[in-house]
Write a protein that binds this ligand. Structure first.
Ligand code: GLN
Length: 490
C-alpha cells in the first residue's frame, strides 16, 4: 500500500471514510514525517502535535458518526493534516511572523480562515516559517533561520510563504495556508513544484492575518493540485463580518469534472516574456500553453502596457502600508520589550533590536513615501498608477477569460544569492505583483523542470472573483499532465 503521506488529499479522505485509516494514524504519519525531514527542511517554526491529535480525535468521532449514517454531509477536510503560515493567528499557539519582535506572543483569537478549516474537521499540525512579516521572496528574512527547498536543500523555497510550500512539497502535510501580498503564495509554489492560489482581494477573510500591506494582503493555499486546493478554498471563501473588506454575496461554485476547455480565451501578455527570463522557464510555459491549446483554449497575444510600473508602484504602496501597520510593535502592547532610559528610548531599543534589516528598510521607505512634502510625489502618484495597472487587467478581461504567464523569471536560486542585493530580490516578483495591485486572483501550478531538476511554474490570472475558471483550467491541465505528481526526493 502507498504510504499514508504519499496519498492525495482526496485519497486520504476516502481512506478515512472507508475506515482504512484513522485521522489519528494519518496525523501520526505526518508527525513522523516532520521528525524525519524537518531537521533538513526547517519548514516549521512551531509544531503543535497535541493540538493536532486533539483535532484528529475529534475528526475520528465525526467519521465514526458518518459511518453510522448520522452525518452524511462530511467535508473532505475531516481528519486532513494541514499547516498554517506563521502570520495567521491561532488562539494560544505561538505566532511570530518570523520576527523577534513577536517572540513568545500567543494570540487570544484565531484567524477566520483557520477557524473555518478547523470547523470543517481539518487537523492543524503547526505554524510554518516565513520572511519576517511576509517581507521577502526566499524565507531568508526569517529571524528563525532559512527554510530549505525540498528539491535542492542548498536553494531557497521562495517566499514569503516558503515554509508552507516546503512543508507540502516535502509531504509533511496535505495542504497549507500561506499569504500573498505580492506573490508570496505563487512564487514559492513555483519554486517548490506545487500548486498555489492567491484568491481575489476580499474573497477570503483577512481577520487574524497579521497585516503587512492591508490593501494587497490575501490568504492563499498550497497543495499538490487544484482539486485539493478547491476543498480548502470552498471551506474558507466567503463573507466574514469580522473583516469589513471581505466580499458579501455567494461564492461561485467550483466545477472540476469538465476536462474540455473549448471556447476559453487565454491571453498571453507580451510584457511577461522579457529579456533575462531563464530559457527553460519560457520553454516550459510555452509548452504548457500548447497543452491548453490542445485542450481547446484559444490563445491570443495581449498587452498589459503598465506591467513595468508594477514593481516601483508596489514598493511604494506595500512599504507605506507596512510602515503604518508595524507602528503597533513598540514593546508595550505585544511581544518582548527592551527597556531603555525612558519611553522613547524603550521604543528605539525594542524596534531597533527586534526588527530585522528588511523590515527596517521597508519602514523607512514607507515612512519616507508618506511624509509631508513627499506624499503627493510618491504615495499619491503610486496610487494613480495602480489604477492604470488595474485598468490594464479590466481591458484585457474584455477580450480574454484568463491571462497566462510564467510565475517567476527563474527557478529557485541558491541560498544567499541575493544576500547583498535587495533589488535583485524584489525583481523575483515582477510577474506576481500586478495581480495584487489589481486585486485579481492568480493560480500557480507546475509545468516542468529546468536542467538542474528544479520545478518551473505557470501562473494564470483571472478577473476579480474569477477563481472558478482558474480552478477549472488548472484541473483540466493537471488531468492531462503529470508535473504536479512529481515528488522531491527527500
Ligand atoms: N516579495 C514581496 C515582498 O517582499 C511579496 C511578499 C508577499 O507577497 N508577502 O513584499
Amino acid at each position: 500500500m502507498t504510504a499514508l503521506i504519499d496519498l492525495s488529499l482526496h485519497e486520504a479522505a476516502q481512506a478515512l471514510r472507508a475506515g482504512e485509516t484513522s485521522a489519528r494514524e494519518l496525523t501520526l504519519a505526518c508527525i513522523a514525517r516532520m521528525e524525519e525531514v524537518d531537521g533538513h527542511v526547517h519548514a516549521f517554526l512551531a509544531q503543535t502535535p497535541d493540538l493536532a491529535l486533539e483535532h484528529a480525535d475529534r475528526a475520528d468521532k465525526m467519521l465514526a458518526e458518518a459511518r453510522k449514517g448520522e452525518n452524511e454531509s462530511l467535508s473532505n477536510l475531516v481528519g486532513i493534516p494541514v499547516a498554517i503560515k506563521d502570520v495567521l493567528t491561532i488562539r494560544g499557539v505561538p505566532t511570530t511572523c518570523g520576527s523577534k519582535i513577536l517572540e513568545g506572543y500567543r494570540p487570544p483569537y484565531t484567524a477566520t480562515s483557520v477557524q473555518r478549516l478547523i470547523d470543517s474537521g481539518a487537523v492543524i499540525l503547526g505554524k510554518t516559517n516565513t520572511d519576517e512579516f511576509a517581507m521577502g521572496s526566499s524565507t531568508e528574512n526569517s529571524a528563525y533561520g532559512v527554510t530549505h527547498n525540498p528539491w535542492d536543500l542548498a536553494r531557497v523555497p521562495g517566499g514569503s510563504s516558503g515554509g508552507s510550500a516546503a512543508a507540502v512539497a516535502a509531504r509533511m502535510c496535505f495542504a497549507a495556508l500561506g499569504t500573498d501580498t505580492g506573490g508570496s503564495v505563487r512564487q514559492p509554489a513555483a519554486f517548490c513544484g506545487i500548486t498555489g492560489l492567491k484568491p481575489s482581494y476580499g474573497r477570503v477573510s483577512r481577520y487574524g492575518l497579521i497585516a503587512y500591506g492591508s490593501s494587497l494582503d490575501t490568504v492563499g493555499i498550497h497543495a499538490h493540485s487544484a482539486a485539493e486546493m478547491a476543498v480548502l478554498y470552498t471551506t474558507m471563501a466567503g463573507h466574514d463580518e469580522l473583516d469589513s473588506t471581505s466580499m458579501p454575496g455567494a461564492v461561485e461554485e467550483i466545477q472540476l469534472q469538465d476536462g474540455d476547455l473549448r471556447g476559453i480565451r487565454v491571453g498571453v501578455p507580451k510584457e511577461y516574456f522579457i529579456d533575462g527570463i531563464q530559457p527553460a522557464v519560457e520553454a516550459a510555459v510555452r509548452e504548457a500553453l500548447n497543452v491548453l491549446g490542445d485542450l481547446g483554449c484559444e490563445l491570443q497575444e495581449i498587452s498589459l502596457p503598465h506591467t513595468n510600473l508594477a514593481l516601483p508602484v508596489y514598493y511604494i504602496i506595500a512599504p507605506a502600508e507596512a510602515s503604518a501597520n508595524l507602528a503597533r510593535y513598540d514593546g508595550i502592547r505585544f511581544g518582548p520589550r527592551k527597556n531603555g532610559d525612558d519611553l522613547w528610548d524603550t521604543y528605539l531599543k525594542t524596534r531597533g533590536e527586534l526588527f530585522g534589516p528588511e523590515v527596517k528598510r521597508r519602514i523607512m521607505l514607507g515612512t519616507y513615501a508618506l511624509s509631508s512634502g513627499y506624499y503627493d510625489a510618491y504615495y499619491a502618484q503610486a496610487q494613480k498608477v495602480r489604477t492604470l495597472i488595474k485598468q490594464d487587467f479590466e481591458r484585457a478581461f474584455e477580450r480574454v477569460d484568463l491571462i497566462a504567464s510564467p510565475v517567476t523569471p527563474t527557478t529557485a536560486f541558491p541560498i544567499g544569492a541575493h544576500e547583498d542585493d535587495p533589488l535583485a530580490m524584489y525583481l523575483e516578483d515582477v510577474f506576481t505583483l500586478p495581480a495584487n495591485l489589481a486585486g485579481v486572483p492568480g493560480l500557480a501550478f507546475p509545468v516542468g523542470f529546468d536542467d538542474s531538476g528544479l520545478p518551473i511554474g505557470m501562473q494564470i490570472t483571472g478577473p476579480h472573483l474569477g477563481e472558478a475558471i482558474l480552478f477549472r483550467v488548472t484541473h483540466a491541465y493537471q488531468k492531462a499532465t503529470d508535473w504536479h505528481n512529481k515528488e522531491a526526493l527527500l
